[in-house]
Design a protein around this ligand. Structure first.
Ligand SMILES: [Zn+2]
Length: 408
C-alpha cells in the first residue's frame, strides 16, 4: 500500500471521531459580541484540548484584546506540525466563530445540539466553518497516525472574528505579526460549490460609497422656494447606475464576468408628505474587475457629481465606506496546481480557478501579497436555518488536504 492509501484508510477509520468533534464544537456557540455573543474563548479552549488529545501539541495562541467579551480576549490558535521541508508552510485557515442561529422557529432541531440525519450533520457552524476545522485536524492526525511527516510544515490556523470583519482575527494577525512567508501555500476552506469544482483565486475590488445630496427644504406647496434634494439624488442614482455600461470590460475568470455598480441602501428623508426634502442619502455597492483602477472610477464619479450639482444647484458629498482591492493569486501558482491534482484524485472532478464578487478573508491575505486560495466542497448552507454538512464532504475535504500534505 502506498503512503497516500494508508493515510486515506486512517481517515476513513476516523469517521466517527470526526463526527464527534463536530458535535463538541457545535455545543459551544462562538458568537461575536456585536451579535450579542460571548466570543470564541470557550470554544477555543475545547479546540486546544482536543488538539492535545489527538497528539497535535505544538500550539500557539495569539489573543486580540476585546473588552466586549467576558474573557477580554479573542483567541487565534496556531498548531504547527513540522514537515520534511521546514522552510515552507502549508497553511489551512479556518474560523472558530459562527453566526447566530437566526429565527429559531425555522430550525427543525436545536442549532447548538448537533443532529445526525442519514449522511448529514445539522447545526449552527457545522458547515461554516467546522467542516474544515475538523477536516484539517484529521488530515494531520491521520498522517501522524500513519507515522509520516508532511512534505512541508503544516500550520493549522484557527482564527477569531471572521463573521464580523476580522479586526480581531486575520486582520489583527496580518497587522501585528509576521506569520506568513511569500512562498507559503495558504488554503482557506470556507467557500466553494456543491460539486467541489470552484477554486476561488481572485476577488473583484470592493468600493462602497455613501452619497449625501444637500438641497433646501421647504413647503411642498411652494417648491420654488427650495431645492429638492430627492429629485437631484434620484438623477444621481441613475447616472451612477449607468457606470455599468461605461466600465464594461469583461473577464471570464469572474462570475458575473463584468464590474457591477449597484445603488442599494436608501435612507429616509422627510417623514411627512408636504415637505420638499432638503437632504437625500443613498449608497452604491461597486464590485470592480481588477483591470480597473479604483481612482479612475472615483474620478469619473466626481465628474458625474459636478454635472448634477450644476444642473440642480445642490451640493453632493460622497464618503468611502469601504475600499478593498487585492491582486489575484496566479492560476499557475503551486497551491492552485496541487489543489487541482488533489481534488481530481479524491473527487474525480476537474476544478476550475475562478474569481468572485468579493468579500472573503482571502482578500486580506492577497492584499498583503500572499497567494491564497479559497476552496471546499460544500452545499452552501452557511448562515441558513438547518445548516448542514455532508459527512462525505468532511471526509473528502480531509483527504484533499492530506493529499497536499503528503505530495506537496
Ligand atoms: Zn465562514
Amino acid at each position: 500500500m502506498n503512503k497516500l492509501d494508508m493515510v486515506f484508510k486512517k481517515i476513513n477509520a476516523n469517521r466517527e471521531n470526526m463526527i464527534s468533534l463536530q458535535k463538541d464544537l457545535t455545543s459551544i456557540p462562538a458568537i461575536a459580541p456585536q451579535s450579542k455573543g460571548t466570543g470564541e474563548w470557550e470554544k477555543a479552549q475545547l479546540l486546544i484540548d482536543r488538539l492535545n488529545t489527538l497528539g497535535i501539541t505544538n500550539i500557539n495562541i495569539i489573543n486580540a484584546l476585546d473588552k466586549r467579551v467576558p474573557d477580554g480576549k479573542r483567541p487565534n490558535v496556531i498548531a504547527t506540525i513540522p514537515g520534511e521541508d521546514e522552510n515552507k508552510s502549508f497553511w489551512i485557515m479556518t474560523h472558530i466563530d459562527v453566526v447566530p442561529p437566526g429565527e429559531i422557529s425555522l430550525w427543525d432541531t436545536d442549532p447548538f445540539i448537533m443532529a445526525v440525519k442519514d449522511d448529514r450533520l445539522i447545526g449552527r457552524g457545522v458547515e461554516d466553518n467546522q467542516q474544515n476545522i475538523v477536516s484539517s485536524i484529521f488530515a494531520v492526525k491521520s498522517i501522524l497516525e500513519s507515522g509520516f511527516k508532511p512534505a512541508y510544515t503544516v500550520k493549522l490556523l484557527f482564527v477569531a472574528d471572521e463573521e464580523t470583519g476580522s479586526d480581531f482575527g486575520i486582520k489583527f494577525l496580518l497587522e501585528n505579526y509576521n506569520l506568513f512567508k511569500k512562498d507559503d501555500l495558504i488554503l482557506v476552506p470556507d467557500g466553494g460549490r456543491a460539486d467541489g469544482t470552484l477554486i476561488e483565486i481572485a476577488e473583484k475590488s470592493i468600493l462602497w460609497l455613501k452619497f449625501t445630496t444637500k438641497g433646501k427644504q421647504c413647503h411642498a406647496s411652494m417648491p420654488n422656494l427650495g431645492i429638492n434634494a430627492f429629485v437631484a439624488g434620484s438623477e444621481l442614482v441613475l447616472a451612477l447606475n449607468a457606470l455599468n455600461d461605461e466600465f464594461n470590460r469583461q473577464d471570464p475568470l469572474f462570475d458575473p464576468p463584468v464590474s457591477t455598480f449597484c445603488p442599494t441602501k436608501k435612507e429616509a428623508n422627510v417623514p411627512n408628505i408636504n415637505s420638499i426634502p432638503g437632504e437625500d442619502v443613498f449608497y452604491l455597492d461597486c464590485r470592480i474587475l481588477p483591470q480597473y483602477n479604483l481612482d479612475d472610477v472615483l474620478e469619473r464619479i466626481r465628474k458625474i457629481i459636478k454635472l448634477i450639482e450644476k444642473k440642480y444647484g445642490v451640493t453632493v458629498l460622497y464618503e468611502i465606506i469601504q475600499r478593498e482591492s487585492s491582486p489575484p493569486t496566479p492560476e499557475n501558482s503551486h497551491l492552485v496546481q496541487a489543489l487541482k491534482r488533489a481534488i481530481n484524485r479524491v473527487y474525480n472532478v476537474d476544478a476550475v480557478p475562478r474569481g468572485i464578487g468579493g468579500g472573503t478573508v482571502g482578500a486580506h491575505l492577497r492584499a498583503k501579497g500572499f497567494d491564497t486560495v479559497v476552496w471546499s466542497k460544500i452545499d452552501e448552507t452557511a448562515h441558513m436555518p438547518n445548516e448542514y454538512c455532508l459527512i462525505d464532504n468532511m471526509i473528502g475535504d480531509c483527504k484533499v488536504m492530506a493529499e497536499i500534505m503528503i505530495e506537496g
